[in-house]
Design a protein around this ligand. Structure first.
Ligand code: IDP
Ligand code: MG
Length: 137
């Protein structure tokens, strides 16, 4: 059965003009974009979205970063898209994310309290449905 995931092009990706390249990689891999919107999230949306990280040292820097400019929210669909998009995205830390991945090819460390790593992708079917509900209520 086909699956869906929430993808976010974070404010660094939008500000650096990388939205098209990032979405092109998702499409080139064969997934289908079924929702797509440029939006400016509220703190409330971000606190819900990153609920699991509340209390961690990078939580507030992460929320501030995500509030720093518009993001592109998308729903991508296809068999095993959750795993497939996280594989395209690469590891959380862009410095060591594998070359060939979005974060490995397009990201770097900027010496900040939060890793600016261009994209978000849901990590499980439960997270995907929860997150799609938050961003596309
Ligand atoms: P993921 O985006 O690869 O799933 P998560 O652990 O869910 O990574 O963390 C959410 C976001 O918080 C990351 O994408 C990154 O922007 C930031 N982040 C995670 N861990 C750290 C950290 O140890 N230091 C700074 N920022 C972090
Ligand atoms: Mg995560």
């Amino acid at each position: 059965m086909s699956q869906r995931t929430l993808v976010l092009v974070k404010p660094d990706g939008v500000a650096r003009g990388l939205t098209g390249q990032i979405l092109a990689r998702i499409e080139a891999k064969g997934y289908t974009l079924t929702r797509l919107e440029l939006m400016t999230p509220t703190r409330e949306i971000l606190e819900q979205h990153y609920e699991e990280h509340r209390g961690k040292p990078f939580f507030e820097p992460l929320v501030q970063f995500m509030l720093s400019g518009p993001v592109v929210a998308a729903v991508a669909e296809g068999d095993r898209v959750i795993e497939g998009f996280r594989s395209l995205a690469g590891a959380t830390e862009p410095t060591t994310a594998a070359p060939g991945t979005i974060r490995g090819d397009l990201g770097r460390d900027w010496g900040e309290k939060v890793q600016k790593n261009l994209v978000h992708g849901s990590d499980s079917p439960e997270s995907a449905e929860r997150e799609i509900g938050i961003w596309f209520a």
